[in-house]
Design a protein. Structure first.
Lengths: 436, 322
């Protein structure tokens, strides 16, 4: 039987999952942790501590500002040294809370035991409120506040919860390891979400290159009704929300502003599901996450459980230090990650990996004329014409780009990574998306 | 902060490693079987014509980009001029005089490609532009075809009619299918050996340089249309297999119509383009004054590729909702 996948476009980059068999290790505590106030797509959170305040692990340090915003909690105990700004993974200088670490004292309200709680009796309203309070956002990289996704528009009837365990980005293994090490917690998290959304069916979508995780989840879900583990054929960008919905259900989300909810689906990343379990059951805010530290020439690539706010340089040290030929530091995967300006950028809620690339990989090749080979058209998972969008942008013809659906681009990078002429297609497309 | 300099560029951070050169070199590789066959069939003449054509295409591209366009970077290294040279030679008789080849190369590279800004911007297949220029300028030389197996003959080779030239006049003296498949007939030096061209097709498909859509739709269209006419009147019209194996059909559909730059951007567009080429080829072959119509068919369809690209847009994700 052939496995399901999405139907339009897609590529098969070399997977390079160097850390697939590396158990999650705790990262060392930093001496200073930095918490950017924009770790999600909405408005920045508003700080609720001031210089000199003492905080514990789990203390709220910034409040959500508006419905699309998310709170920020301290992941360390210590003293607020300043509220300043830092260049974060976006490359912009943005406000952040700096905390000098002293000891490791947790908020007493957080249940730090390993006890697995299976039955959750909390009401749906209470669950959503808890998720909001704990500052949970989508951990696959988009950082969309999770409580918003759990309150779909009234007119949409949700029938399927899809858990995104695809991890189609090369190199990254954080989700894979999380499944292998915390399967029970993830399944409880799935059941919490099913109850909250009122759905009978949940599908865990996972690519076939993780047979151990598929096997484990299948065994664990045998006795649980309504949860299906669905292996998917490998293809990038299967972890894209629209692609995954199509792969799993065959339904296609219409162009923006339509939401997955309009085709009856809600998608949550497996890391987010784990965070939801910890928030709902253990009252633990989103203060740590698994980060894959890997790359070309990294001597000890690893999966680390990292407190938010830890500078990435420290993770690189723990992975054996920066190889001499490192020319680019990427936060996230090689297809959609963001380049970092330095090693003092802190880990935030959306940091799935730290990837070091050599100059040979990092340096872009000289751009040539488009030879109209049509490869970009055939790999585009959104059915767009990247060559045309890029040319329209080069000529400043923003209206042509818009008429050609440029706003549908999910920025997966398939076109640019395939282009034999090394055209910066996605750069041009991003530019036209910003032009109104 | 960091002590060393970092690259800051947006995603994607990796590339599949494909390049213009790689694609062009694979096309050259796929042309090697046909080149070998042409030398075996037409001897030293094939070598002389191909070498002259490739050398002059490279020379003219270099001269034009250096002295006329004054470009800092010359593009002769990308391999496309070599392909134009080989394909132009493949469309010529093996006894054609050198100066005519040089004129054809100049026209192919200069007017066919460089005036539009070089590789990628040309609306027409450069080799075909060169060939049609030569057909119009040197009609007698361009329509007399050496008989195979004159290994040491060049401009003095004995000529005879091609299979397509015989159709309708001397149907009983047509060569056997096997002779046509192996290239044992008169014709331009690279077009006669269908076997070698099909090996090239397999190479192109295996390395995913092209997809099957254009060549297969051309061949199917030609087979269906000529088959229908043959059923109507087998006395006047040749059977479909003769049409598939003769003239420039294999060479044109596998190597010329599939040129990236001048062919459509979607699979659906490629199919319509292929049908158009097949249809025009049959119309010219059966009802035109030239025995062969492949070059004109491809050039005409090249001209409407921009329209095909507008008609056959890819289906945008989510455009059709139940």
């Amino acid at each position: 039987m052939s496995l399901r996948t999405f139907s339009t476009g897609g590529i098969h980059p070399k997977s390079n999952k160097l850390t697939a068999s590396g158990a999650i290790e705790p990262a060392r505590l930093p001496s200073q942790a930095v918490f950017p106030l924009s770790q999600h797509i909405g408005a920045p959170a508003v700080p609720c501590v001031s210089k000199g305040d003492r905080v514990r692990v789990g203390t709220q340090i910034a409040k959500a500002d508006g419905p699309m915003s998310a709170s920020v909690h301290s992941s360390v105990s210590g003293t607020v040294s300043k509220i300043d700004s830092i260049v974060d993974a976006s490359g912009l200088r943005r406000p952040a809370v700096f905390i000098d670490v002293e000891g490791d004292e947790w908020e007493p309200s957080i249940d730090r035991s390993d006890n697995l709680v299976i039955n959750v009796t909390m009401s749906n309203e209470k669950i959503i409120e808890r998720i909001r309070e704990c500052g949970i956002v989508g951990m696959g990289g988009a950082c969309f506040p999770t409580h918003v996704k759990l309150c779909p528009p009234q007119e949409c009837r949700i029938d399927t919860l899809i858990v995104n365990a695809v991890e189609c980005e090369p190199y990254l293994t954080a989700d894979h390891r999380l499944i292998l090490e915390y399967p029970d917690q993830i399944i409880v998290g799935v059941r919490i979400l099913m109850k909250t959304l009122g759905v009978e069916r949940a599908v865990i979508g996972i690519e076939e290159n993780k047979p151990d995780a598929i096997e484990l989840l299948r065994t664990k879900t045998q006795m649980v009704s309504g949860i299906e583990v669905m292996p998917l054929a490998m293809k990038y960008p299967q972890g894209g929300e629209k692609q995954l919905i199509e792969a799993v259900t065959g339904r296609r989300v219409p162009p923006p502003p339509a939401l997955p909810a309009h085709v009856g689906c809600v998608v949550q990343n497996v890391g987010t599901v784990f965070a939801i379990y910890e928030a709902v059951v253990k009252n633990k805010p989103l203060i740590e996450r698994v980060v894959t530290v890997t790359g070309e020439g990294v001597s000890r690539p690893c999966n680390l459980k990292v407190r938010m706010g830890t500078p990435v340089g420290q993770l690189i040290e723990q992975a054996g230090g920066m190889p001499e030929n490192t020319a680019k530091i990427v936060s996230g995967g090689p297809m959609m990650g963001r380049p970092l300006l330095g090693t003092d950028v802190p880990v935030v809620k959306g940091t799935s990996g730290i990837l070091l690339l050599s100059e040979k990989t990092a340096a872009r090749k000289e751009e040539r004329n488009c030879i109209r080979c049509a490869k970009c058209v055939s790999v585009c998972p959104m059915g767009l014409e990247p060559y045309k969008l890029a040319t329209a942008a080069e000529l400043g013809r923003w209206e042509v780009a818009r008429e050609s659906w440029v706003m549908s681009c999910i920025e997966c990078g398939c076109c640019q990574s395939t282009c034999p002429s090394h055209r910066p297609l996605l750069d041009w497309i991003r530019l036209s998306k910003k032009k109104k | 902060m960091m002590s060393q300099n970092l690259f800051i560029s947006t995603s994607p951070h990796i590339h599949c490693g494909d390049s213009v050169e790689r694609n062009m070199h694979l096309v050259i590789l796929a042309l090697v079987p046909a080149l070998a066959a042409s030398v075996l069939l037409f001897g030293i003449g094939a070598l002389i014509v191909t070498a002259t054509s490739v050398a002059s295409c490279l020379l003219f591209e270099w001269l034009i980009s250096k002295w006329l366009l004054k470009r800092e970077r010359c593009t002769i290294g990308d391999g496309s001029a070599i392909i134009t040279g080989i394909l132009l030679a493949f469309n010529l008789p093996s006894n054609i005089p050198l100066f005519q080849i040089v004129m054809g190369s100049l026209f192919a590279i200069g007017v066919g490609k460089m005036v539009f800004g070089g590789l990628g911007n040309n609306p027409f297949n450069p080799a075909l532009v060169g060939r049609v220029f030569m057909l119009i300028s040197f009609p007698s030389r361009m329509t007399s075809w050496p008989v195979p197996h004159q290994m040491l003959a060049y401009t003095d080779a004995v000529t005879a009619a091609t299979p397509l030239g015989l159709v309708g006049y001397q149907n009983d003296s047509l060569p056997s299918y096997m002779d046509m498949f192996l290239g044992n007939t008169g014709g331009s030096l690279g077009e006669t050996c269908a076997l070698a061209l099909l090996i090239g097709f397999v190479i192109l498909l295996a390395f995913r340089v092209i997809t099957w859509h254009i060549p297969v739709t051309i061949m199917l269209t030609v087979a269906v249309l000529t088959g229908a006419m043959w059923l109507v009147n087998p006395e006047v019209y040749a059977d479909p297999l003769t049409h598939l194996l003769s003239g420039g059909l294999m060479l044109g559909s596998i190597f010329m119509a599939t040129d990236y730059v001048t062919s459509p951007m979607t699979r659906k567009g490629m199919v319509w383009y292929g049908i158009g080429i097949g249809f025009l080829t049959v119309v010219i072959r059966l009802f035109g004054s030239y025995p062969e119509g492949m070059s004109f068919a491809i050039l005409i369809m090249n001209a409407i590729v921009p329209l095909i690209n507008n008609w056959c847009r890819p289906k945008h994700f989510g455009e059709v909702v139940k």
